[in-house]
Ligand binder design. Structure first.
Ligand code: TRP
Length: 324
């Protein structure tokens, strides 16, 4: 069975763009593949953060994932920091990572610029190397990520090739899996920008209060027309809302156009709100019932399974590089 690995940073609530672009895919993959889903708490440390909040966000993320349909009986759900082999391999890969390549990563440039005032540590430069280690330590076949992670994954593939060439073949070259259409859920506030926490008004968080969600959808930008029609070039805001509605209702664009023929944008928005709560009602209820104690047990169990696979591979790797 093919092995899938991906990671999510515990840096805030799950938003609709993440869910449709990646989490939903992973939930579907649980039945077809062996899935390892990692909470990337070590990556969360690469920018200024609050330790108490990191722990809260980690548990909260695990609860959200389970509520949305990650089944810990099928998926190995674990915390990155619970598997030390990631860090060990990360060092081995650091030593074969071209410094120039790391300095050319978009995310490195953006983040080091963004946190220039506070000053960032070298973790931000080594971020993609740790990511490569997360993947390669399990010899994962498939890595589902958002489009923004493509460059990091290309580096992972390059590091795997380099390692194999220098120390003898061990790593598989992992396949990058990017969900094309849903990877492009745009901000409700600005259809030219991706939905993200950096524009909170345009970002729908799945477990946010009912009031906030309604407000954000009602305030979503539209255009000066009144026709619900799929036309990403001329009607990017409405087309984005249609994509969201399409996924929430499983209707096609033409069915949606038909549904709202002769009706205005306000009515369309009211239906999106309804569809959102229909879709996520169950998850929103389940999340409230999950206790920290449940999560502790699930993560511990996940860490045990992940450590078993990782340590076995680490042993072989250490022999190959001359450390054993
Ligand atoms: N950097 C990824 C993100 O921000 C999270 C991540 C960390 C990851 N390690 C990974 C994703 C390994 C895939 C594989 O989305």
């Amino acid at each position: 069975m093919k092995r899938v690995l991906t990671g999510i940073k515990p840096s805030g609530e799950i938003q609709l763009g993440n869910y449709l672009g990646m989490i939903k895919e992973i939930i579907d993959m649980q039945n077809k593949y062996e899935v390892l889903l990692m909470i990337a708490d070590l990556h969360a440390q690469t920018v200024p953060y609050n330790p108490k909040r990191l722990k809260i966000l980690t548990y909260d993320l695990a609860k959200s994932l389970i509520a949305l349909g990650i089944n810990p009986k099928k998926t190995i759900l674990f915390k990155q920091s619970d598997v030390p082999a990631h860090l060990y391999l990360s060092w081995v890969l650091t030593c074969i990572s071209p410094l120039g390549d790391l300095m050319r990563m978009h995310e490195f440039k953006e983040q080091s610029e963004r946190y220039k005032k506070e000053g960032v540590g070298a973790g931000i430069l080594l971020y993609p190397v740790l990511m490569a280690a997360d993947i390669l330590i399990y010899n994962a076949d498939i890595v589902p990520v958002g489009e923004d992670q493509r460059q990091h994954l290309e580096l992972t593939r390059e590091l795997a090739r380099r390692f194999n060439a220098r120390f003898g073949k061990f790593f598989k070259i992992p396949e990058i899996y990017i969900q094309k259409e849903t990877a492009k859920i745009m901000s409700l506030n600005d259809p030219n920008k991706k939905m993200s926490k950096s524009i909170p008004e345009g970002c729908l968080e799945i477990f946010d209060s009912e009031k906030n969600i309604k407000e954000k959808i009602l305030k979503a930008v539209t255009d000066s027309g009144n026709e619900v029609k799929y036309d990403p070039i001329n009607k990017p805001a409405i087309s984005n809302l249609m994509t969201i509605y399409k996924y929430l209702t499983k209707k096609s664009y033409s069915e949606i156009e038909e549904e709202f023929k002769g009706k205005g944008y306000y009515e369309f928005k009211l239906r999106i709100i309804e569809a959102f709560f229909d879709y996520f009602k169950e998850a929103r209820n389940i999340k409230k019932q999950i206790k920290n104690k449940d999560i502790e047990k699930i993560l511990k169990d996940g860490a045990n399974k992940a450590n078993k696979i990782a340590n076995k591979n680490l042993n072989i790797i250490l022999k190959k590089v001359g450390l054993r």
